[in-house]
Design a binder for this molecule. Structure first.
Ligand code: ADP
Ligand code: MG
Length: 250
């Protein structure tokens, strides 16, 4: 059984079909990339997977369980987590403090500001492990407010992982990053895939081709192709859809 199964998904905005009878699967540990021109419906799809948008039709199954109607917070608890929206980052706190609070929240406690959380090894140890996973150990004691854009994104991913998701949703995580910062994120995702299934929407084709186990191509809300990087590169329909910026893709 697939980890994620999307069946007959439709999203209408008025008479406009933003998601057009979409079927797709994500296997455990797979990094499944979604590419497509602007307006293809990539973010609309992610919003339906995360629970922010209700589909007009169709079903979303996680390990065979229908999660289509679960609201965002319940869906995150069931194992589908989107990086930014379940993380509330406290700018005036350190990187470590923020991850400790995410670990605490994931264990079902609400934030307890009056408690010296950093003295609780049961919270600090997993938090330090998460920082090591995302490559932020050196910045543990830095105030979040002064983190660079790329490091901030790494922190958000660490805080999302505190939820122990099975499936991680990332919508353009490299947007606005320097080359150096995107390479750090590629390296991080390389490390995370296998341990977590990941649905990645991204414009950076180098990143997509380096990371994706499979790529789905969306055009006008429809999936026109799905396959490995090699298959997608040589797919005639995909090349046609990308004719405008073919140079960039190949
Ligand atoms: P992508 O992320 O692939 O660029 P989107 O999912 O953001 O595309 O948008 C897909 C299409 O749906 C676009 O034509 C967009 O204008 C439309 N759309 C997205 N959200 C809404 C909304 N809330 N109301 C109406 N139209 C929307
Ligand atoms: Mg988008």
């Amino acid at each position: 059984m697939s980890l994620l199964s999307v069946k007959g998904l439709v999203k209408r905005f008025g008479g406009f079909l933003a998601t057009d009878h979409l079927d797709f699967e994500v296997e455990p540990g797979e990094l499944h990339a979604i590419i497509g021109p602007n307006g293809a419906g990539k973010t609309t799809l992610i919003n339906q997977l995360s629970g922010e948008l209700q589909p007009s039709e169709g079903r979303i199954l996680l390990n065979g369980r229908d999660v289509t109607r679960l609201p965002v917070n319940k869906r995150a608890l069931s194992g589908i987590a989107r990086s930014y929206q379940i993380t509330s980052v406290f700018m005036e706190f350190t990187v470590l403090q923020n991850v400790v609070m995410a670990v605490q929240a994931a264990e079902g406690h609400s934030f307890m500001f009056w408690q010296p959380v950093l003295s609780d090894a049961r919270l600090v140890e997993p938090a330090r492990e998460l920082l090591a996973t995302v490559g932020l150990e050196q910045q543990a004691n830095i105030c979040v407010g002064i983190l660079a854009h790329g490091a901030r994104r790494q922190l958000e991913i660490a805080m999302t992982l505190a939820m122990r998701p099975k499936l991680l949703l990332l919508d353009e995580p490299m947007a606005g990053m320097s080359r150096h910062e995107s390479l750090a994120v590629v390296e991080l995702l390389q490390k995370l895939k296998g341990r977590y299934a990941i649905v990645l929407v991204e414009h950076d084709m180098d990143a997509i081709f380096a990371l994706a186990d499979r790529i789905s191509v969306l055009v006008y809300g429809k999936r026109i192709a799905c396959g490995t990087a090699e298959e997608i590169r040589s797919n005639a329909d995909v090349r046609t859809a990308y004719l405008g910026d073919q140079e960039e893709m190949i």
